[in-house]
Write a protein that binds this ligand. Structure first.
Ligand code: AOF
Ligand code: ZN
Length: 368
C-alpha cells in the first residue's frame, strides 16, 4: 500500500499534477485527476480532458480492467453520482470492485456535494477525504465559484506605475509595465473563458485582445465588450482578428442600425435593461455569461468598467502589475474610475495572497 513516506509514491500529488495537464480545457467542468493502485503499483491513471469526455476515474478504471478489483483509488474530486454529459462515476467505481477511495475534496456542485461519497460508503467502500485538499481546491476555484453561484469567477487585471497611475495626465499609457509583465498578463487570458473590457478601452487603444495561439476556435476565450451606448466601431481590431467570438453587451433600446453593423462583422449584440445609471447591469451580464457556461472572466479595464465593478462589489481576485516608475500629476488617472468611495471605511478591502517579480515589475495578487 502506498503511504507518503519519503521515498514512497504520493498518489494524490500525482493525481493533482495529472489533473493540471488539462490546462483549463475542461470548462465548465472541473479539472480532475485519478490514480489507481494495486499491490504498490499504478494500474491505471488519467485526467478529465474536456467536458463531454470521460471523467478521470473512468479513464483510470478502464486502463486497469480486472485488476481494479480490490484496488485503491486516489481522485482529486469526489466521484460524481449524477448523469450529465457522462454517467455517474460512483457506479463505475463500485462495479469495478475498488476497495478504498481517497478523495481530496467534496464536489461543490450542489447536485453532488457529498452524495457521491455516501454512495461509495453505502456500497461498503472505505472513503478517506481531505488529502491535499487546499491544492485540489485551488485547481478548481473557477469551477467552484461558478457551480455554487452561477456567476463566473472574476479576475481583475491592473497594470500601474508605482504611484498607481494607468496613464499620464495627457493620456499616454503605452506602455507602463515591461514586456515581461505584459506577456505574463497575456498568459492569464489562456486560463480564463472570457476576456472583458469596456468600450472606452477598445475605442482608445484598439486592442486585438488576441487569445490562445494554436488553439481551435471553440476553446478561444470569448471577448466581451461592455458598451452601454453602442459606441464600438465595427472596424475595431478585436472584432476582426483571430478566431475568438465577440459579444457586445449593451442596454435595451440602442440604435438598431449600429447594432446591425456590429452583427454584420460577426459580433453578438446582447441587450440588458439599463441600471439606474443607464448602464449595462453587470451582475446580470455575469449571470448571462454563467448561464452560457463560462466559468471565468478576466477583466482588463478600463476605468469606467472597473469603476462600475467596484460600485457593484464584483470580483474574486485582483492581479496587479506594478512598474517601478513614477508618473505623478494630480489628474493622471488610476485604474478605477467612477466616484470611488467617499470615506475610507467604505473602501473595498482585499488581502494580499501573492507577490512575485515579473521581469523588472511586481505582480501582486489580492483576494477577497
Ligand atoms: C468526477 N470526475 O473527472 C469530473 C467530475 O456532464 P458530466 O457528465 O461531465 O458531469 C459534470 C459534473 O461531473 C461536474 O459538474 C462535476 O460535478 C463532476 N465532475 N466528476 O467524478 C471527473 N470532471
Ligand atoms: Zn464523474
Amino acid at each position: 500500500m502506498a503511504e507518503a513516506a519519503d521515498n514512497q509514491p504520493d498518489p494524490m500529488r500525482r493525481a493533482l499534477s495529472l489533473a493540471a495537464r488539462a490546462d483549463f480545457a475542461t470548462s465548465p467542468n472541473p479539472m480532475v485527476g485519478a490514480v489507481l493502485m494495486n499491490g504498490g503499483e499504478i494500474i491505471g491513471e488519467g485526467f478529465h480532458h474536456r467536458a463531454g469526455e470521460p471523467h478521470a476515474e473512468v479513464i483510470a478504471l478502464e486502463q486497469a480492467g480486472e485488476r481494479a478489483r480490490g484496488a485503491e483509488l486516489w481522485v482529486t474530486l469526489e466521484p460524481c453520482c449524477t448523469t450529465g454529459r457522462t454517467g455517474p462515476c460512483t457506479q463505475r467505481v463500485i462495479a469495478a470492485g475498488v476497495a478504498r477511495v481517497h478523495v481530496a475534496m467534496v464536489d461543490p456542485n450542489p447536485a453532488v456535494d457529498g452524495a457521491g461519497l455516501a454512495d461509495l460508503r453505502r456500497a461498503g467502500i472505505e472513503v478517506v477525504v481531505g488529502e491535499r485538499r487546499e491544492e485540489a481546491a485551488r485547481l478548481i476555484e473557477f469551477y467552484s465559484v461558478w457551480v455554487r453561484t452561477g456567476l463566473p469567477f472574476l479576475t481583475l487585471k491592473l497594470a500601474t506605475s508605482l504611484d498607481g497611475k494607468v496613464a499620464t495626465a495627457g493620456g499616454d499609457s503605452q506602455w507602463i509595465t515591461s514586456a515581461e509583465a505584459r506577456a505574463d498578463g497575456h498568459r492569464l487570458r489562456h486560463t480564463h473563458d472570457a476576456i472583458m473590457v469596456g468600450a472606452g478601452t477598445v475605442i482608445a487603444d484598439d486592442p486585438e485582445l488576441s487569445a490562445r495561439p494554436g488553439v481551435e476556435a471553440a476553446r478561444q476565450p470569448l471577448r466581451v465588450v461592455v458598451d452601454s451606448h453602442l459606441r464600438l466601431d465595427p472596424g475595431a481590431r478585436m472584432l476582426r482578428s483571430g478566431d475568438a467570438k465577440a459579444v457586445v453587451a449593451t442596454v435595451t433600446g440602442v440604435d438598431g442600425e449600429r447594432r446591425s453593423r456590429l452583427e454584420d462583422v460577426g459580433a453578438e449584440v446582447v441587450e440588458f435593461p439599463a441600471d439606474g445609471a443607464g448602464r449595462v447591469p453587470l451582475r446580470q451580464l455575469l449571470g448571462w455569461l454563467g448561464s452560457r457556461k463560462l466559468i471565468s472572466v478576466l477583466v482588463e479595464g478600463g476605468p469606467t468598467l472597473l469603476g462600475a465593478i467596484q460600485a457593484d462589489g464584483l470580483g474574486n481576485r485582483v492581479i496587479a502589475y506594478l512598474a517601478p516608475i513614477i508618473i505623478g500629476g494630480a489628474s493622471a488617472p488610476g485604474p478605477f474610475g467612477g466616484d470611488g468611495v467617499a470615506r475610507l471605511p467604505q473602501a473595498w478591502r482585499w488581502h494580499w495572497t501573492e507577490a512575485a517579480m515579473v521581469g523588472p515589475d511586481l505582480r501582486l495578487t489580492a483576494e477577497l
